[in-house]
Design a protein around this ligand. Structure first.
Ligand code: PLP
Length: 453
């Protein structure tokens, strides 16, 4: 064996060509690396650290709860933290979405939701029901496990796994900036996008469709895209008409990210299932949930078999549930969701000045879930070539400036977008928004200069 070993890289996901700064600690919206450099965490990890880093109240609570009881299995025991967390989640969710099935992350949440949908129809109509397919959208992300990836509409993520994926149909995304119908108004795009869902249901046969899943504000796949109330009202009506469950994937948008408790609160409709994770525990523990409406709970648990055929070891563990309940208490006490709305509006106003830079094509979002799309030509919306990696270069330039954005998305069927997600902790102050904006602007200037030379 060679004595001359290369530096060790035991962490599988690390790309050899990328320099990973080593983080020492976090405090509020800031991260500090081991060399003392300070960064603004402009994406909260991946829209996770909504109450910021280093929260001492959570740290003290976690230590106490760990000493009391860290783990019990949900199939045999209950603990006050589990019940309190479920009750609090039910208070936060709209309508009759009151039945919380805990899991440990976003992909588990979306997997759980589609199994719930399948079991709902099986219990209601019998085993012969053909309803199993789930329609999702292109330019959408629902996770990386096989069921979740089958719903994810990002070709680069699917490509090599395609033979292993479920045959789930796709509808077009509500992507007004690059809509395939040439619509000029949001209203027109809303109608065309909702009609496209209806066409897909009819093409597949409604008898085969169990659910339609959509993000309320799009996250990693095409950051910041948000449909309209008209679209969601039409989607709700279409789902009702064809007996299709509506799943809204709030894994990124939920728990305050968009300036409302849930993204769907912007549109005034009630889904059948909401999925959540990320901001539910703000990164202090792995956590997620699929939250079901009364009719789903009753059909499976009251009138049906009384058992949802599913489960994960860490589902509903007392520690994670306690932390999630504490997070909601902190969000409420500090009016943090309202802060996300106010700071989001202030930030968006400032961001609009970035259109002065020729590479900025579209800026969109709700609350503190904001996407910036880069283009080669503002007028024609011509995108950069993928190999130019503008989002990667912009991200690297921002990192130099002490700002951490999140590169997102990619091309779908020739509809290209090169975007980043900006999603700082929801506890951010106005002064910190100014600081973040200035850093982002410096990052854009550096990128413009780089592409001009
Ligand atoms: N759904 C949405 C909307 C997401 O944004 C994500 C993650 O980014 C997921 C699902 C998957 O969550 P996880 O990475 O926790 O499995």
């Amino acid at each position: 064996m060679s004595q001359n070993k290369a530096p060790k890289n035991n962490v599988f996901y690390r790309n050899q060509n990328w320099h990973y700064p080593k983080i020492d600690r976090g405090e509020g919206i800031y991260l500090f690396d081991v060399n003392g450099k300070r960064y603004i965490d402009a994406c909260s990890g991946s829209a996770v650290a909504n109450i910021g880093h280093g929260n001492q109240e959570i740290a003290a609570y976690t230590a106490e709860q760990m000493k009391r009881i860290a783990f019990t299995h949900l199939s045999r025991w209950t603990v006050d933290t589990i019940e309190e967390c479920a009750a609090k989640v039910a208070e936060w969710t709209p309508g009759d979405l009151n039945h919380v099935y805990f899991v440990s992350g976003g992909s588990e949440a979306t997997e759980t939701a589609i199994k719930m949908a399948r079991q709902y129809f099986t219990e209601r109509d019998g085993k012969e029901t053909k309803k199993w397919k789930v329609i999702s959208k292109w330019h959408a992300f629902h996770g990386n496990t096989m069921g979740a990836l089958s719903m994810t509409g990002i070709p680069e993520r699917r490509r090599i796994y395609e033979p292993m994926l479920l045959d789930f149909p796709k509808a077009p995304q509500f992507y007004h900036y690059r809509n395939p119908w040439g619509c000029e108004t949001l209203e027109e795009t809303s109608i065309r996008a909702a009609q496209a869902l209806e066409s897909e249901i009819l093409k597949q046969g409604a008898e085969n469709i169990a659910a339609f899943i959509t993000e309320p504000v799009v996250g990693a796949a095409c950051p910041g895209i948000h449909p309209t109330r008209i679209y969601f009202e039409m989607v709700r009506e279409i789902c009702n008409r064809y007996d299709v469950l509506l799943i809204v994937d709030e894994v990124m948008a939920g728990f305050g990210r968009t300036g409302k408790k849930f993204g769907v609160d912007h549109y005034g409709i009630i889904p059948d299932i909401i999925t959540a994770a990320k901001g539910m525990s703000c990164g202090y523990t792995p956590m997620g949930a699929a939250i079901a409406s009364q009719k789903i709970f009753d059909t499976i648990m009251v009138e049906g078999s009384g058992q949802f055929i599913h489960g994960h070891t860490y589902a509903g563990n007392p520690l994670s549930c306690g932390i999630a309940a504490k997070v909601m208490e902190i969000l409420e006490r500090g009016h943090v969701v309202e802060n996300a709305e106010t700071q989001g509006e202030y930030f968006m106003e400032k961001l609009h000045s970035l259109y002065q830079y020729p590479i900025v094509g579209d800026i969109r979002g709700k609350g503190l879930m904001i996407g910036i799309e880069f283009v080669k030509d503002q007028k024609t919306k011509e995108p950069f070539e993928a190999q130019q990696n503008i989002k990667g270069k912009f991200t690297a330039n921002c990192m130099e400036e002490g700002i951490v954005p999140y590169p997102g998305g990619g091309a779908v069927d020739g509809i290209h977008g090169d975007h980043v997600l900006i999603a700082p902790p929801l506890s951010i102050t106005r002064e910190q928004i100014d600081e973040l904006f200035e850093g982002l602007e410096r990052g854009i200037r550096r990128t413009v200069e780089e592409f001009a030379t």
